[in-house]
Design a protein around this ligand. Sequence first.
Ligand code: SF4
Length: 84
Amino acid sequence: MLINTVTDDALAWQESALCAQAGPEFFFPAPGSSTREAKQLCNACEGRVACLEYALANDERFGVWGGLSEKERERLRREGRDRG
Ligand code: SF4
């Protein structure tokens, strides 16, 4: 079925997700905590671009996705809106 194929393709990046080997506290740090280590892992992750696209498309508000923090993703969204 086409819908399943699209969904499977859209989520294929999760199969190579490096964060699956790290604890959730790593990618969902307490407010004010460093996100540096999580971002370093993202930079080595094959699915980084697809992960970021997923987070933006699904309006993920919390944690590090695709190497960007919540604030960095919000800035990207704002810049996209400003460009129209
Ligand atoms: S880019 Fe980062 S958050 Fe996304 S799957 Fe890879 S390690 Fe996980």
